[in-house]
Design a protein around this ligand. Sequence first.
Ligand code: ADP
Ligand code: ZN
Ligand code: MG
Length: 485
Amino acid sequence: MQIQEKKTYQAVIGLEFHVHLATQTKIFCSCRVTYGEEPNTHTCPVCLGHPGALPVLNEKAVELGVMAGLALNCEVAPRAVFARKNYFYPDLPKGYQISQYDAPICTSGYLDVPTTEGPIRIGITRLHLEEDAAKNVHVGTSGRMHGSIGSLIDFNRGGTPLIEIVTEPDVPSPEAARATANHLKAILQSIGVSEVDMEKGQLRCDANVSIRKPDGAFGTKTELKNMNSFRFIERGLARELERQRNTLEAGGSVEQATIHYDPTTDEVHELRSKEYAHDYRYFPEPDLLPLELTEGWIHKIRTRLPELPEQRMTRFVEQYGLSEYDAGVLTANTELATFYEKVSERADPKQAANWVSGELRARLNEAGVSISESKVEPGHLIELINLLKRGTVSRSAAKDVLNIVFETGDFPATIVEREGLASMGGDELSRMVDEVVAANPNEAERVRAGDKKVIGFLVGQVMKATRGNADGGRVRQFLLERLNG
Ligand code: ADP
Ligand code: ZN
Ligand code: MG
């Protein structure tokens, strides 16, 4: 991973995340929070913005927001104030969004993001609570406003509780931006404050970016809005950095702007609108009291904070003897980490780590599904690892078996039986070893004379002869017995 831009210019990136909280009901009314249901079926005068309807704060949203803040090492404010952020948009019938402005609920935290070059610390400026707007559904082929024949509004989303998390401009590269987003997602997921399902729009990211001469003054920033894929955040930022560099090198200057990144063409376009804080005419929300959280209440939340990914990673290293890297890969995804722990209860922990973070994770990524959405259960992997350990299947056959488990959900032993994937038995293997030794007299002689390196070649020949249907370790042992015995 390239963490630092090694060019004449340095990248300066700050991220803003919007994350849906996992409450049953909306932040200021008792309508249920839902996804993918019939539009406009979970609404009431409050979340439809009828005049005179009064908001009532959902305590659970405050709890989850504070829990997120604590997990990000933030200070929890003794007093937080809701504010009206005024703007007109069809998905915002009140004409303002209830948010927090100069007195957010959490401030001054940080996040240690693991990268291949060691952790980097990203400061968290603030975390505040707000309501989501309704959802515009643009009718037409593209799904975007441009080129659509009209727009409809689904108010089911309006009033969904959100936290907005703003980082310091500490992110040094597009790769690090992606790693930061991934790590944040893992943390929020592991403490259960949000499912962070990107498909459901539960996490959205705005990326602010500028370039500067190494350690010089900050340049003018532009903003990539509403990125809902971490891969696109990385690619969009890379393209935008390139555009800014080219602009400066051509003697121009970067203008403050909102940038649209189009993943289909991999291009960035400058949009001309940029709002400033004063455009919103923020003022304290008169319909809600300031939030005054007591030390006792905050302490209670702190004690309920589950194990964080970093802590889990340290535990994996100690408890299972994994490398920090493997432990990091596993704990970056809560679901995968939990799955791994179940497998390790009844299979060798190191083998389990290899399979879960290697082959299994690769299959999941290819298919674009999470472990719970796949057909693979811990029991499948336990059986597979143990078949491998007993030498019933070879490593390469085990990979084929996993592919079939992935497709069918059948159990490994059944698959091995059905597909005839069992390793070659002793007699047959022994015969193959004899054949290979006979066909390669020079190499065999060198092994007899003590040249250990050549044994690898002979193992390879036997594996080839068995079409990979043998256990490499066992083949090696057979060869050594034959040649040194
Ligand atoms: P705005 O007033 O435009 O919203 P903020 O100061 O609130 O700007 O910062 C918004 C985000 O932009 C934060 O994540 C911050 O870290 C980041 N940011 C601020 N200045 C820069 C800069 N010069 N280059 C890149 N990111 C920046
Ligand atoms: Zn409602
Ligand atoms: Mg701002």
